[in-house]
Design a binder for this molecule. Structure first.
Ligand SMILES: [Zn+2]
Length: 184
């Protein structure tokens, strides 16, 4: 049932389905499982998590509130690690999470014309950034330089996290999304 919900997301977004196909061609098949035991410790507040080692999206409950945004969010974690090569570390944990929150809003805006209402930001600067990304205004030959893009990401991250990151994180998934020619 859950994976069918993921499948219907693919039908709603050409880019998501392309990403899933690319991941599949790399030999990665995303699976879903329900396992309340996965939600101890730092995952205590979560309803779903993605394990990049075995490519399984774990949900806490069978009958829990699993919205399209939750599934979208976890799928984007799979693409972030499997396609953009992000590896989670303690240092980049919050920044890579913010990148997925941002991209969840990007796809939410593209598919459903609204923000995901999750833990992203609410500011005008954030919303403008999301819609510029969604509309590919920051990419292509006329797009901005990668350094500026990273700088913009870090500004919004700072706003979200309430402080600057101590270590450098390159938002590879954001860059991957913007630099691909999705229409080809
Ligand atoms: Zn997440």
């Amino acid at each position: 049932m859950l994976c069918r919900a993921g499948g219907s997301l693919m039908n709603e977004s050409y880019i998501l389905s392309k990403m899933a196909k690319k991941l599949y061609r790399k030999g990665v098949q995303i699976q879903c499982a329900i396992d309340p035991n996965m939600f101890d410790g730092k995952y205590i507040d979560k309803d779903a998590i993605y394990d990049s080692r075995n490519h399984i999206i774990y949900f806490r409950y069978e009958g829990g509130i699993i919205t399209p945004w939750i599934i979208l969010h976890e799928l984007l974690h799979a693409f972030q690690t499997g396609l953009a090569g992000v590896e989670y570390t303690e240092e980049n944990e919050l920044q890579s999470e913010f990148e997925v929150l941002l991209m969840t809003d990007v796809f939410s805006l593209k598919m459903w014309d609204r923000f995901s209402n999750s833990e992203g930001l609410n500011s005008k600067a954030y919303k403008d950034f999301v819609s510029q990304i969604a509309n590919f205004e920051l990419s292509g030959d006329n797009g901005i330089a990668q350094e500026r893009l990273i700088e913009m990401f870090r500004e919004r991250y700072k706003e979200w996290a309430g402080g600057a990151a101590t270590t450098y994180y390159c938002p590879s998934f954001l860059i991957y999304y913007l630099r691909r020619q999705w229409r080809n």
